[in-house]
Design a binder for this molecule. Structure first.
Ligand code: NAD
Length: 480
């Protein structure tokens, strides 16, 4: 059985505890590798290495740092198949999705921040006849990056890349549910010429190694993506230590469909925005609101397409949906289908586990599910399910749909389908969300701010926002 290791000070090593946790393959339900069960001692080892590396990395010229990060992105690209296979096997997602989205976007993230840092300028403010201010943007020091299981390498790199580009040393922890590609990343970093101790990757559970990262006094900033409850705990722990915090949390995103939209384009994109990655993308539109004039037409066409969607083993090139990430997660999603029925909902399609032929008969496969007939205030429509389950609800007016769309504790993203330009801008302005897509979904420009409002998080990632987060501003005034 393959044993993964931590990557500390440029070397792979066993966890201090000597203990390992099982890593399950979602498509088969079998344990296929073991993950280090790291703790505070491993974090201390990584911090010691990072402290030694920080003067080297932060004093390196920007061009040199950029070159190493470009090589890192090329290193992942050169091993594309290996990374794609690992991501798909670890997470249960269709191989085709990992090949088209996850790994190419991780490559882009490293490349983007490797080159963005070359253009990152700081401000200067002249005071006529008095003097001049200039603002230095210095790396923070050692930072912690903690990421979830749904887009493992993609979200890991979205944090690590700007942190490193800005000159910080990083203690990073991928989800214990999907550790494999983060494990491979250490090899690539080494090959790219990253000095030892600059990037340290620790594996293990949130409550032990994750908590130790958050609590370590020498780790000055925490960039976290994951659930809202975990984010709340991290905020409570880190705030009294005055750490910088970036929190990317849960979502319950509305997908609002007006009768005047381009129906065909809306329909095919809505299939993706509902079920891509088995609905396990924080940006998926799980609450679909449809203007009453086209509700029946939409319902018939959508349910027809969803019921024909192929749920298959992740290796199958025809697979549109693979397995959900774990048994507990599958059970959680199914419990929400039961809740929806108790709340008066009707399951139009799906709502059950799919048993495939061996060796996938113990895999965590779920049929994509569409539910109607629920009040917008019920738990099914308010709580994050994070699986292949959507609800559909009719509406009449803009005011009504805005109230329903903005009614949850979350405010991550929203999608809007309309050909009415004025309405599109008006609604975009009124929606409680950090990201609004009009007649599109999941289009990402790496320069734009990414993040949510309300319980969906604090702060923004992406572009200059990320580089600002991972630097400390110091203003210097010089008298004329
Ligand atoms: P999670 O909160 O359970 O875990 C996320 C990470 O935090 C994991 O690495 C975990 O080990 C670690 N962790 C858990 N407890 C910790 C603690 N006490 N201290 C420090 N670290 C701890 O989330 P998950 O189940 O892995 O991911 C799903 C969630 O992530 C969903 O809610 C989803 O919406 C959210 N998400 C948000 C975004 C976004 O950009 N806003 C993107 C992807 C996923």
């Amino acid at each position: 059985m393959k044993k993964l290791q931590n990557f500390i000070n440029g070397n792979y090593c066993d966890p201090c505890s000597g203990e390992y946790i099982d890593n399950f393959e979602p498509a088969t339900g079998e344990v296929y590798s073991l993950i280090p069960n790291s703790n505070a001692d491993d974090v201390q080892g990584a911090v010691t290495a990072a402290e030694q590396a920080f003067p080297i990395w932060s004093n390196m010229s920007i061009e040199e740092r950029s070159e190493i990060l470009v090589k890192l992105s090329q290193g992942i690209e050169a091993r594309m198949d290996e990374f794609v296979d690992a991501e798909s096997r670890d997470n249960g997602k269709p191989r085709s999705l990992a090949a088209h989205v996850d790994i190419p976007r991780a490559v882009s993230n490293f490349h983007f921040f490797a080159t963005a840092i070359l253009h990152y300028a700081s401000e200067s403010h002249n005071m006529v006849g008095v003097g001049v201010n200039y603002t230095l943007r210095k790396p923070i020091g050692i930072v912690g990056c903690i990421s979830p299981w749904n887009l493992p390498l993609y979200l890991f790199s979205w944090k690590i890349a700007p942190a490193l580009a800005a000159g910080n040393c990083v203690i990073a922890k991928p989800s214990e549910v999907t550790p494999y590609t983060a494990y491979l990343l250490g090899e690539v970093a080494k090959e790219a010429g990253m000095p030892p101790g600059v990037l340290n990757i620790l594996h293990g559970e949130g409550g032990s190694v994750g908590d130790a990262i958050v609590k370590h006094p020498k780790i000055k900033a925490i960039s976290f993506t994951g659930g809202t409850n975990t984010g709340e705990y991290i905020a409570r722990t880190a705030a009294p230590m005055f750490k910088k915090l970036s929190l990317e949390l849960g979502g319950k995103n509305p997908n609002i469909i007006f009768a005047d939209c381009d129906f065909d384009e809306m329909l095919s994109t809505t299939l993706r925005s509902s079920f891509a990655n088995q609905g396990q993308i924080c940006l998926c539109g799980s609450r679909i609101f449809v203007q009453r004039e086209i509700y029946d037409r939409f319902k018939a066409a959508f349910v027809d397409r969803v019921s024909k969607t192929v749920v298959s083993n992740p290796q199958d090139p025809k697979a549109k949906l693979g397995a959900v990430v774990s048994k507990p997660h599958m059970e959680k999603v199914l419990s929400y289908v039961e809740l929806a029925k108790e709340e008066g909902g009707t399951v139009l399609t799906g709502g059950e586990r799919v048993i495939l032929d061996a060796p996938y008969d113990k895999g965590y496969f779920l049929r994509p599910t569409v539910i109607e007939g629920l009040d917008f205030k019920c738990r099914t429509n308010q709580e994050e399910i994070f699986g292949p389950v959507v609800t559909i609800t009719p509406f009449d007016t803009e005011e009504e749909v805005l109230e329903m769309a903005n009614s949850t504790q979350y405010g991550l993203s929203a999608t809007l389908w309309t050909s009415n330009l004025k309405r599109a801008h008006r609604m975009a302005n009124e929606l409680d969300a950090g990201i609004v897509w009009i007649n599109a979904w999941l289009v990402r420009d790496l320069r734009t701010p990414f993040g949510g409002t309300k319980s969906s998080g604090v702060g923004r990632e992406g572009g200059w926002e990320a580089l600002r987060f991972f630097t400390e501003a110091k203003n210097v005034f010089v008298k004329y």
